[in-house]
Design a protein around this ligand. Sequence first.
Ligand code: ZN
Length: 146
Amino acid sequence: MDIFTKEKRSWVMSRVKNRDTKPELLVRTTIREMGIHFRTSPKNLPGKPDIVLGPQKKAIFVHGCFWHHHNGCGKATLPKNNARWWQEKISQNEKRDRRVNRMLLKQGWRTLVLWECRLRDPAKLSQVIRHFIAQKRITPYHARFN
Ligand SMILES: [Zn+2]
């Protein structure tokens, strides 16, 4: 038996995370247009970052404001029905995000989180990405070889 009403179900489904969500495509297109090569969702990395620049060890996450709880964002408000269930679910996502980030940093990766609500300005978006890519990679491991 379905635990959701029909309306609720379609609301939930509309928010289900999938690999090729629009914000993610937008970011990919932007990076492609910058002439930069990348991989998507590599399974061998913690949290399967949405976009990965292997040689530079840079990982980009495109986060939906609702699922990843963008602090202070209007899209991050919890539904009133089953509020506690949602609270628990979203806070688990937040914990996982933090854990994944820590693991990546430990492995010498740099990470960037792009929030879906902040992707509207293409010029700003490519500026943020360019800045992130230009940052020097300094990790304890690689510093020894520089
Ligand atoms: Zn947001």
